[in-house]
Design a protein around this ligand. Structure first.
Ligand code: TYD
Ligand code: MG
Length: 464
């Protein structure tokens, strides 16, 4: 029976499907994201049951878990430690990894660098670009520190040709840059549409699992327009990495938001240099570079990203307002959380913050969504309001509750250890965390611990 073509509407953000146009997506709540696309419905059941399944040879009968043969597959280390950690310890053979990010953030550069290193180590790597010609890729590669002449390149957008190339070359690792340029001839919609992006990814998924080749897919995040974003694919792939960063600052953060083979919330930190991306092995030092010493309103906080501790500077500027409504801004943290903390201080300490503008900033363009940042924000606000600098070489962490109490946070020992490593002399932390730290810390020397039970105690530390 011939496949029927009909038009349906898709949300460009998340791929939600609807038979009619909708103003707002019921799934991801984005406005004006629906586009019309022709889709072909195959006969139900159809071809998918015949031949090879997604994971190689198809078995028609279920098997017991204990009977499944265990195959130990060694991960392929990329040689870029920051990437390996985010992947969960290297590339898993047969995995499909989506690398998303804004255009121009450095996705192609990161993957080209990774491929170069792997090719240099005698791994067979195929870099398929639908955006750049081999000459353009070579120009980019020449900027990098160690381009590899052994890397295989292919400029192609037709997925059938891509599949044929992968099957004939049998590489270990393939990069598809980008999925929004790839198309399958049997799908009517244009490249970059939700159905093309989904179907091409589906084909690549079968290829990855069937042939045991690891495939990286690049997906551009699109603000608006006709190109489907990488969120459409998140549920289909094994691992989703997002490459983030501000245009103004040169460092980039690679974040895992989904990982079937490792922990999420891991981050890798890179810096974009003129000769490609460089790893930043100690982000704390990097983020605190050029920090003003002994200035009111500047506090160092110990935060956790994934499994690593990072010290970041929190700045606050609190001054009398000239407006009817005081102005408040929060850069790098949640705006509502800042308002809440200001209200807690107003109520618990009686400070008239309702008549003050408050500008809060996590320096360096980092974005932190951790309650342990609360105490540092509160401390920075108090320090700026009182125009009194925080104690010298001190770090702060702790969660602040609505009654002004300071609550314990996780991984306190690690935070203290990181501060100690970077030469900090004091640590202001939740009183409730003190005991466990004292019990578990091997050496006691080095850093003074100041436990606070509530915001009043914290105020006392400032007044000391
Ligand atoms: P690119 O990897 O092309 O971004 P994406 O694939 O995510 O769209 O990165 C492009 C930017 O990186 C561009 O603005 C130039 C800059 N860049 C450097 O600063 N140094 C380099 O060595 C390279 C290759 C690019
Ligand atoms: Mg690119």
């Amino acid at each position: 029976m011939a496949a029927k073509v009909k038009n349906v509407f898709f949300c460009n953000e998340c791929g939600y499907e609807s038979s009619k146009w909708l103003g707002q997506c019921p799934s991801c709540k984005t406005w004006n994201s629906f586009v019309e696309e022709p889709v072909q419905r195959k006969n139900a059941g159809g071809a998918s049951f015949a031949g090879k399944g997604v994971f190689g040879e198809r078995r028609m009968t279920p098997q017991k878990l204990s009977e499944v043969a265990q195959t130990f597959q060694e991960r392929l280390c990329t040689g870029i430690g920051e990437l390996d950690r985010v992947l969960g310890g290297g590339i898993v053979p047969g995995s499909l990894v989506l690398v998303g990010g804004d255009p121009g953030i450095g996705k192609s550069t990161l993957l080209l660098q990774t491929c170069s290193i792997l090719a240099e180590r005698e791994h067979k790597v195929l870099y398929i670009s639908g955006e750049e010609s081999p000459q353009q890729i070579k120009m980019r590669a020449d900027r990098l520190e160690e381009p590899s002449g052994k890397l295989l390149l292919l400029a192609e957008t037709n997925l059938d040709a891509v599949e044929a190339a992968i099957l004939s070359e049998k590489p270990e690792v393939v990069v598809i840059d980008s999925i929004q340029t790839m198309f399958r001839e049997d799908i009517q919609a244009s490249p970059g549409s939700v159905s093309q992006v989904r179907e091409t990814t589906g084909s690549l998924m079968r290829l990855a699992k069937g042939e045991g080749v690891s495939i990286f897919i690049v997906g551009h995040v699109t603000k608006e327009g006709v190109v489907a974003g990488p969120r459409v694919l998140e549920h289909m792939v094994d691992t989703v990495l997002y490459f983030e960063g501000e245009n103004a600052v040169s460092y980039r953060i690679l974040r895992a938001v989904k990982n079937r083979f490792g922990s999420t919330n891991e981050i890798g930190v890179f810096e974009m240099r003129s000769n490609g991306l460089a790893q930043i092995l100690n982000p704390s030092e990097y983020l605190l570079e050029g920090r003003p010493e002994n200035e009111p309103g500047s506090v160092v906080a110990a935060t956790i990203e994934g499994s690593r501790t990072m010290l970041v500077e929190v700045q606050a500027l609190v001054c009398q307002t000239n407006f009817n409504m005081p102005r408040r801004t929060a850069a790098g943290m949640d705006y509502n959380r800042v308002n809440l903390l200001l209200a807690v201080l107003e109520k618990r300490l009686g400070i008239p913050l309702a008549y003050c503008d408050a500008y809060i900033n996590v320096a360096g363009g980092m974005r932190i969504n951790e309650p342990a940042l609360d105490l540092a924000v509160v401390f920075a606000i108090l320090s700026s309001y009182k125009n009194k600098e925080a104690p010298e070489r001190a770090i702060v962490f702790g969660e602040v509750g609505l009654t002004g109490e300071v609550r314990a946070v996780s991984m306190a020992l690690q935070r203290v250890a990181e501060a100690q490593k970077l030469g900090y002399a004091q640590c202001i932390l939740p009183y409730a965390n003190l005991e466990s730290i004292r019990k578990n810390r091997k050496e006691s020397g080095g850093i003074a611990l100041i436990g606070v039970k509530n915001v009043r105690d914290l105020f006392g530390v400032l007044e000391r």
